[in-house]
Design a protein around this ligand. Structure first.
Ligand SMILES: Nc1ncnc2c1ncn2[C@@H]1O[C@H](COP(=O)(O)OP(=O)(O)OP(=O)(O)O)[C@@H](O)[C@H]1O
Ligand SMILES: [Mg+2]
Length: 348
């Protein structure tokens, strides 16, 4: 006998169950791996990677209650698979004392919005209550200081470490703070590695929940030095939906996979333009590139940021959109991405 309910009814019900402590639901977090229907019985499988023992039980109860409200559903079985947290390698890269998670913000192609994402995401994580640092690893084209609106010169402490600049509630370090305005960084290969190591080890980062690394585009010396120097919790890949950006993001993904850096997800930027006059979405750089690539890599699509004049001008003014605490379509995406990273990382 056919069921009285459709799979969509079940998905709608699951979308009403939020992950404990979050406004985000379990479906959009990508935690639901399977929904199977057998007559009027429903079986749901979840994959979690949490160390908190209470969470599976809370979710189980809430899912059962939500699904039983769907007309026609009789038995509900919830299976929860707990994945082992990823451990840092025993040898090789050494952590930074006091820093819990180091996350690289990377892309293959230039100009897709890594620095914009890194800055706004760092502030969104801080607004969730985390202590956050942002290290601009783009030595040749540093933009974090500009985007955050600071020209303050870092000072050294008694241990000869550089004290990061505090701005918008986060700690910053960038070549842009060390160079005269407009001066190019003239660095050769070995110097690049040395600077990156200094930025990570000679800066007094203090205790941080998250240290975000804004990477230059591509898969060059800087990226390789990073993965060899510090154990990364993971990498967030930024791309536009355009094929030419996706081609390059695949190369960046392959580099992280080869070096055993977990891919935390994709942020698609410049996903669409919302016409202010008629509210129509225009897919300027194509559509669905991010989700297709996320599915291909088996990682979550963390968010889709629209082309947004306010986001661009906030960068030019040095007052990041998320720091302005305005609710806009793009600031909401940054908040959601931050929430997902927060929950994903707290399981490590
Ligand atoms: N969603 C968006 N809407 C409008 N403008 C954006 C958006 N995302 C980024 N920009 C603008 O695009 C430009 C490039 O962004 P950004 O510097 O963040 O890219 P990037 O990937 O870090 O570049 P690079 O590869 O040079 O480091 C900036 O002027 C930024 O303000
Ligand atoms: Mg950049």
């Amino acid at each position: 006998m056919p069921s009285l309910f459709s799979e969509q009814d079940l998905r709608n019900a699951l979308a009403s169950v939020c992950y404990p402590g979050f406004r985000r639901d379990i479906l959009s977090f990508g935690l639901v791996k399977e929904v199977a229907v057998d007559g009027n019985d429903v079986k749901v499988q979840l994959v979690l990677s949490t160390n908190e023992p209470a969470i599976p039980n809370i979710l189980k109860k809430e899912i059962e209650a939500a699904l039983k409200k769907v007309t026609g559903v009789s038995e509900v079985t919830v299976l929860i698979d707990i994945q082992a947290p990823v451990a840092a390698p025993a040898t090789g890269p050494q952590g930074i004392p006091g820093v819990r998670h180091i996350i690289a913000i990377a892309s293959g192609k230039g100009g897709v919005g890594k620095s914009t994402v890194a800055v706004n995401l760092a502030i969104a994580l801080q607004q969730l209550g985390a202590s956050v640092g942002l290290c601009d690893c783009d030595l040749y084209g540093p933009s974090v200081a500009f985007l955050c609106g600071t020209k303050e010169r870092p000072k050294a402490n008694e241990q000869d470490q550089i004290i990061p600049i505090e701005k918008h509630g986060i700690r910053l370090m960038s070549m842009g703070l060390l160079l005269e305005e407009g001066a190019p960084a003239v660095l050769r290969g070995p110097m690049v590695s040395r600077y990156i190591q200094q930025f990570l080890r000679q800066v007094a980062w203090g205790n941080l929940d998250y240290l975000l690394l804004d990477l230059p585009p591509g898969t060059g010396d800087i990226q390789l030095t990073l993965v060899q120097t510090v154990p990364l919790t993971g990498a967030v890949l930024v791309t536009t939906p355009q094929e030419v950006a996706l081609l390059d993001v695949r190369k960046a993904a392959a580099m992280f996979q080869k070096t055993n850096v977990p891919l935390l997800g994709i942020v698609e930027n410049m996903s669409y333009f919302l016409s202010p006059s008629d509210g129509v979405r225009h897919a300027i750089f194509g559509s669905e590139g991010g989700i297709q690539e996320a599915l291909h890599l088996g990682i979550p699509l963390l968010g889709e940021i629209p082309l947004d004049i306010a986001l661009r001008s906030s960068g030019d003014e040095g007052l990041p959109l998320v720091a302005q605490k305005k609710i806009t379509p793009s600031s909401e995406v940054f908040q959601k991405v931050a929430e997902q990273l927060y929950s994903e990382c707290n399981t490590y």
